[in-house]
Design a binder for this molecule. Structure first.
Ligand code: ATP
Ligand code: MG
Length: 436
């Protein structure tokens, strides 16, 4: 992407309405544009990050055995009347009427719809277990949309739904998602902690919220400090095998949000091991048994020929909220510091003197190697502007090329995360960026 032709706008002023760093930086870096309260357009830089986040979520869902579908955003109220939630859901649900005066709604979640789809096809125990997920926009008319994409009204969610023959199977599906979530967030460079949570309006009796620690988080959390040191990506995972070594590590140590906080259990932990902090919820998993399958008449024939009502769970990840959460965890006073895995571009090539033949040639060469994975700052602008924008946008690598360096065959390479700078030959610089 050549900056001279790209739509990668930035804002010089810090927007007054933005109260937290991620919101400020997303606006300043031109990632999003609010179109009405809590509703955002994703501009090229933001959209690239959102897609990277989404892809990691997808890969880990697939690895855990879930299958991707895509359900619509608009649903009929009839489905929700079957589960009894149409009246229960309240003003957060955006209700609409079509031209035939039928009650419709913009889905805040999809338990009813997925249950309706699944009951059409699932006939016997051989059709279980299954886990279906989609990554789709949701609408919740939040009382107080705020913090940008963290608490929007329209937001992108990954929601998965598991169907099992019995309780033991459902717990197994739950544990698979538990591990998939740990891996998903770790791949984005986040330390997400599963915490016992309330089950809320979706209902049920087994539930964990996944939170990252951040000063601006909306929840108060309490956890054992060991949980901050576990490296889940170094563990081999066999989703069909025994997941206890991973799951038990987490569930045997204290971690809870304030709703589930237990003072007595907390006080029993040595003071030096206690961490109490603010947290941002990025995912939530529920087991809720037959809460939807029973009223909606989902039944399959069991191995003995008797009809069985499948046990379900649902598993959400706030895909668009994650973009904000990642920035909360990775920024400094100059801007964003993208972890490589979700960076919108791997590198920016900064040309300090466009029009200088040797500088242009070297910059074009390095840009040519990375192509769509890099931004080329070929604008006719001051170096200070280019440096400030590069830091703000947070690309992991900055390859800085000026006439002096170009004449000597040298590139100055800056790593955004650490600020470390080195002078390298063109080949070495390319290899460094590739190596990550
Ligand atoms: P919260 O407690 O933050 O309101 P929730 O418990 O209502 O969230 P869930 O129904 O569990 O949310 O949805 C799954 C995930 O979707 C949440 O873990 C969160 O990451 C994300 N999410 C929920 N509401 C919003 C929102 N208004 N804007 C952005 N992401 C959201
Ligand atoms: Mg939740």
């Amino acid at each position: 992407m050549r900056l001279s032709r790209a739509f990668l706008p930035t804002l010089k002023e810090t927007p007054a309405e933005a109260q937290i760093a991620s919101h400020r930086l997303m606006l300043r870096a031109g990632m999003i544009r609010q179109t009405s309260a809590g509703i955002y357009a994703w501009l090229p830089l933001g959209w690239r990050v959102l897609q990277k986040v989404e892809q990691i979520v997808r890969e880990e869902q697939d690895a855990a055995g879930a299958q991707e579908i895509l359900m619509p955003t608009i649903q009929t109220a009839d489905l929700w009347r079957q589960s009894g939630r149409y009246d229960a859901y309240g003003p957060e649900m955006l209700r609409l009427k079509d031209r035939h005066d039928r009650d419709m709604l913009y889905g805040p979640t999809n338990e009813e719809m997925v249950t309706e789809i699944f009951r059409t096809y699932a006939k016997s125990y051989r059709d279980l277990p299954r886990n279906l997920y989609h990554i789709q926009w949701k609408f919740r008319d939040e009382v107080r949309p705020r913090f940008g994409v963290m608490r929007g009204r329209e937001f992108l969610m990954k929601d998965a739904y598991s169907f099992d023959l019995d309780h033991a199977g459902a717990v197994r599906s739950y544990r698979q998602m538990f591990v998939a979530y740990l891996r998903t967030f770790a791949r984005m460079g986040l330390k997400a902690i599963p915490m016992q949570a309330d089950t809320g309006p979706i209902g049920g009796n087994l539930s964990h919220e996944f939170l990252i620690l951040a000063e601006t988080g909306e929840s108060q959390v309490f956890l054992h400090k060991d949980l901050l040191d576990f490296d889940v990506l170094s563990q081999a995972v066999d989703y069909d095998g025994d997941l206890s070594p991973i799951v038990d590590f987490w569930t045997s140590r204290y971690a809870a949000t304030d709703e589930k906080h237990d003072e007595a259990a907390w006080n029993a932990i040595p003071e030096a091991d206690r961490v109490s902090a603010r947290g941002i919820e990025i995912g939530h998993i529920f087991y809720f048994g037959t809460k939807y399958s029973a009223p909606m008449g989902l039944q399959v024939s069991g191995p003995d020929g008797k009809m069985v009502t499948p046990e379900m769970g649902s598993y959400g990840i706030g895909v668009s909220r994650l973009v904000g959460a990642i920035i909360e965890a990775n920024h400094d006073e100059n801007g964003i510091r993208w972890p490589e895995a979700v960076a919108p571009f791997k590198a920016v090539v900064i040309n300090l003197k466009t029009g200088d033949a040797a500088t242009d040639a070297m910059a074009e060469k390095i840009y040519g190697v990375f192509g769509q994975d890099a931004v080329y700052d070929d604008r006719d602008d001051r170096a200070g502007v280019k440096f400030a924008d590069a830091d703000l946008m947070g690309y992991p690598w900055q390859a800085i090329i000026g006439p002096r360096g170009a004449a000597a065959g040298k590139v100055e390479l800056k790593r955004r995360a650490t600020g470390e700078r080195v002078e390298l030959s063109l080949e070495d610089a390319i290899a460094r960026i590739k190596g990550g």
